[in-house]
Design a protein around this ligand. Structure first.
Ligand code: UFG
Length: 325
């Protein structure tokens, strides 16, 4: 298939592109390079630098490349930032997604994968969290993804548009050649590895008074290559109908456990200090991915946190200052 990948120069998108090309698909990347990196784009992918706010630019890509399907990664993605800058999320994520979907409908593209998020489940009644959990977006970020999920529901009803919403839990890890490089970096694993590289003095643990066994937040860490695999399987299955999947490992690790694993993998003491809570962090988020396992025979190839950390560490050692630096 020919797949248009928005955000294909970003962390998760660039690794999805790598896996699509390995699977024999052809890829067009559309990315404004706001957080993405030109060097992260697989050399066999066509690259168009453009912004989803620019409807004419999207239409031009649709006309020139005639994709069979779209994977929509491009987005603002930070829960904390979305609370500080709600319009960046509630306006831009939604308007940009809407431009893309409208252009897809007008150009006859009927397969669409949305990067969605565990931030839809701010107040879960059951753990692990399956697709029947009630949706309570935890931030303008989560809300922006939920609006796009609802948008897609109507596209399916009105235009036979087939979509999958993939709700990622905590994406992490790297392939041999692509990894995580955000500016500024806010995610736990790359920050901890920056301490091990000597680029930061210590890691601040955002609160140790949560209702968890060691008091620090518990998250479900899922390897980006496994997320990429889920996208490819979902894209191939779309003719059988639209769907929603929660994507994680089904196991939770606390912030302290992540730091301890990083100490073991890197051999660095990684000093840690307890700081205040970060707004918007729920105690525990663990995914049930039984539905996608059942429907698409998906299961993580890298379920062990230690292996995920080793792969991330390997990439960070080879790219201590990320891409292009
Ligand atoms: N944390 C620290 N110190 C840090 C950074 C993070 O203690 O310096 C903690 C956070 O409080 C949280 C955990 O480490 O408990 C993981 O934090 P990340 O920032 O790495 O990831 P988040 O869980 O906040 O967010 C990620 C994605 C979101 C997505 C969410 C879904 O960035 O897009 O997972 O669970 F919505």
């Amino acid at each position: 298939m020919k797949i248009l990948v928005t955000g294909g120069a970003g962390y998760i998108g660039s690794i999805a592109v790598e896996k699509l090309i390995e699977a024999g698909d052809s890829v067009v990347v559309f990315d404004n390079l706001y957080q993405g990196h030109r060097d992260a784009v697989h050399p066999d992918a066509a690259f168009v630098q453009g912004d989803l706010a620019d409807r004419a630019a999207i239409d031009a890509v649709m006309r020139e490349h005639k994709p069979d399907g779209i994977m929509h990664f491009a987005s603002y993605t930070l829960v904390g930032e979305s609370v500080q800058k709600p319009f960046m999320y509630l306006r831009d994520n939604v308007v940009n997604g809407s431009n893309l979907i409208e252009s897809a409908v007008e150009h006859g593209v009927r397969r669409f994968i949305l990067s969605s998020t565990a931030n839809l489940f701010d107040d879960p009644e059951r753990m692990p969290i399956d697709e029947n959990e009630r949706i309570v977006p935890g931030s303008p970020y989560g809300e922006s993804k939920y609006i796009l999920e609802r948008y897609l529901y109507w596209m399916d009803r009105l235009y036979d548009f087939r979509y999958a919403c993939l709700r990622y839990f905590n994406a992490c890890g790297a392939t041999a050649v692509r990894g995580e490089d955000h500016t500024p970096e806010t995610h736990l694993i790359p920050l901890v590895l920056q301490v091990a590289l000597g680029q930061r003095e210590k890691i601040i643990i955002f609160g140790d008074d949560y209702n968890t066994p060691d008091g620090t937040c518990v998250r479900d860490y899922i390897h980006v290559a496994d997320l990429a695999d889920a996208h490819i399987r979902a894209m191939r299955a779309l003719d059988g109908g639209s769907r929603k999947y929660n994507l994680g490992n089904g196991r939770g690790f606390s912030v302290k456990q992540v730091i301890e694993t990083a100490r073991e993998v890197t051999g660095h003491p990684i000093p840690a200090e307890i700081g205040p809570r970060r707004a918007g962090d729920p105690d525990i988020l663990i995914a049930s991915s039984e539905t996608i396992n059942h429907d698409l025979d998906w299961k993580p190839q890298y379920p062990e946190l230690r292996q995920i950390m080793e792969m991330a560490w390997d990439w960070h050692q080879k790219h201590p200052h990320g891409y292009e630096k």
